[in-house]
Design a binder for this molecule. Structure first.
Ligand SMILES: [Zn+2]
Length: 446
C-alpha cells in the first residue's frame, strides 16, 4: 500500500476522475471502490471474475474494511461480479487510458525510470501478442485464420512499453489489431498479413504516444519485422531513433553490404570479459539502404558475439540511428537490444502464464474485454513496482532471509497479498500519504 501511496499519492483522486458511470446496479458503489475491486482481480492474480467473488466476496472477514480504507470509501456491502463488468465497460477505454497515462507521467516526473535510459533517451519497446482466440466469430472486428477446413477468430494487441530499471516495463499505449488491418489480405501469405497488420497498428499507436509525451525523444527497441522503410519513415517523422534486430532474411542487400564492409574496418571492435563470458562487439557506420519504395536511408549496424564459459556461442545484430562507437556500442547492444528479450519474457509471457491470465476472456461483452486488458496493464504496473521496489528487499533484509526464501516465489507475493486482504485488519498508518512520501523506494537495477 505504501508503494502505491509513494509512487502515486493522487491515485484515488485519479480514480475519481474516471468517466461517470450511472449504471443502475453500479451507482450504489463509489467508482474508487469499484476500480480497486477490479484492480484486485489482477493484483491478487485471481485468474477469473468468478474467483473474485469466491475469494473476496464470500471468503474474508476483513475484505470490506480493507478495500474501504484503500479506496477511502464507506461502502457497506461488496459488489457482485456483474457490477464490476458494468463498471469496467462504462468507464470505457478512454478512462482507463487516462489513468494509465497519469501513472506513467508521474513515474517520468519522479525520474524513477531514468536509470534505464539509453544514451540519455528513454527506450520504448514494441511488442505484439495474441490475446483471445475463438472457434466462433466473437465480434465483427475479429481477425480470421483458416486452419484446414476450420476458421479461427482472434484478437491481437500491439503494446508500447517504456523500459525501466530492473526489468520494469511501463505500458504507455496499446493498439488493438483488428479486421480492418487485414482488409487487403487477398493474395498475401499469412505471414505477410500479420506483418502488415502490426506495422499498420504501429502507425496508429506511435503518433498517439508522441502526442501524450511530446517532450520525450524515444529510442524504439524493435524486432526484425520493423527493419523496413515504412518503420524508418515513421521514426523519422516522430523525431525518434531506434534499435532494430538485424537479420539477413528481412534486408538481404543491407546484410550483404554489412558483411562486405566489416573486414574493411577492423578498428571497429571491442571485447569485454566478465563472469566467464566473452563479448565481442563489431560495427559499421553509415550503411546505405534503399527501401522498397525507393527511399534512401543511412543506418549504423552493430553486432555482439557472446561466448559463455561452457563454450556456447550466441550472435546478435542490430541496426540503429544512434551513433555507434567504442563508447556507445555496449550500451546500445544491452539496453536497446538484449533487454528486449528479457522484457518479452517479463511482459506478455508472465501476463499469460500466471494468475494474470491474459488470454482469459474476463467478460462475455464483446466490447468490454479491451477495458479489462487495460485494467490488467495498470495492475501489472503496480505489481512490478511492489516486486522491484526496494521496500520488499528491505523487508527481506530485516527478516534476514533472501526474497525468494521469504515468499518462495514472486507468485506467492500475490498469494500473501490475498491472505492479507482477507484476514489482516489494515492499519491507518500504512496509508499515510505523508509517510509514504518520505520513503525512498528505488527500483532494483541489478
Ligand atoms: Zn472479436
Amino acid at each position: 500500500m505504501q508503494t502505491v501511496r509513494h509512487f502515486f499519492p493522487d491515485f484515488n483522486a485519479w480514480l475519481d476522475r474516471l468517466p461517470d458511470t450511472r449504471v443502475q446496479d453500479a451507482c450504489t458503489y463509489d467508482r474508487r471502490f469499484l476500480a480497486w475491486w477490479g484492480l484486485h482481480l489482477y493484483l491478487l492474480q485471481l485468474g477469473s471474475r468468478r474467483q473474485l467473488d469466491f475469494e473476496l466476496r464470500d471468503g474474508g472477514p476483513q475484505v470490506l474494511a480493507n478495500l474501504n480504507r484503500l479506496a477511502e470509501t464507506a461502502q457497506t456491502t461488496l459488489p457482485v461480479h456483474d457490477t464490476l463488468d458494468h463498471f469496467v465497460g462504462h468507464v470505457q477505454l478512454a478512462g482507463w487510458e487516462q489513468l494509465r497515462k497519469r501513472c506513467a507521467q508521474r513515474l517520468l516526473r519522479m525520474k524513477a525510470l531514468d536509470a534505464a535510459r539509453l544514451l540519455g533517451q528513454p527506450v520504448l519497446l514494441l511488442d505484439a501478442t495474441g490475446l483471445l482466440c475463438f472457434r466462433r466469430r466473437h465480434c465483427p472486428q475479429c481477425l480470421t485464420q483458416r486452419h484446414g477446413n476450420r476458421t479461427l477468430y482472434f484478437h491481437h494487441v500491439l503494446e508500447a512499453k517504456l523500459l525501466g530499471p530492473g526489468g520494469v516495463v511501463v505500458s504507455l499505449g496499446s493498439e488493438f489489431i483488428e479486421n480492418a488491418d487485414a482488409a487487403d489480405a487477398r493474395g498475401k501469405s499469412a505471414d505477410e498479413v500479420k506483418q502488415d497488420c502490426e506495422l499498420k497498428a504501429a502507425r496508429r499507436l506511435l503518433p498517439r504516444i508522441k502526442k501524450d509525451h511530446p517532450q520525450l525523444r524515444f529510442v524504439l527497441a524493435l524486432d526484425n519485422l520493423y527493419a523496413c522503410g515504412t518503420q524508418f519513415a515513421l521514426a523519422q517523422e516522430l523525431g525518434w531513433s531506434f534499435v532494430v534486430t538485424f537479420k539477413e532474411g528481412r534486408t538481404p542487400a543491407l546484410w550483404r553490404e554489412y558483411q562486405a564492409l566489416l573486414p574493411l574496418c577492423p578498428e571497429n571492435a571491442l571485447a569485454r570479459r566478465w563472469d566467464g563470458r566473452v563479448q565481442e562487439f563489431r560495427w559499421v557506420n553509415q550503411l546505405a539502404y534503399r527501401d522498397s519504395e525507393g527511399r534512401a536511408w543511412h543506418v549504423n549496424a552493430l553486432e555482439c558475439t557472446e561466448r559463455t564459459a561452457d563454450g556456447a556461442e550466441h550472435y546478435f545484430a542490430w541496426l540503429t540511428w544512434l551513433p555507434v562507437g567504442r563508447k556507445t556500442v555496449e550500451e546500445i547492444a544491452q539496453k536497446g537490444g538484449r533487454y528486449r528479450w528479457k522484457i518479452e519474457n517479463e511482459g506478455f509471457n508472465r501476463q499469460k502464464n500466471s494468475g494474470l491470465n491474459l488470454e482469459h476472456v474476463y467478460t462475455t461483452d464483446p466490447e468490454n474485454w479491451k477495458a479489462y486488458y487495460l485494467l490488467l496493464q495498470i495492475a501489472f504496473l503496480l505489481t512490478q513496482l511492489l516486486e522491484r521496489g526496494s521496500l520488499l528487499r528491505r523487508l527481506s533484509a530485516e527478516a534476514g532471509r533472501p526474497l525468494w526464501k521469504l515468499f518462495g516465489s514472486l507468485k506467492n507475493v500475490a498469494r500473501r497479498l490475498l491472505d492479507s486482504v482477507r484476514f489482516v485488519a489494515w492499519e491507518e498508518p500504512w496509508f499515510d500519504a505523508h509517510q509514504a512520501g518520505l520513503l525512498r523506494i528505488e527500483l532494483d537495477s541489478s
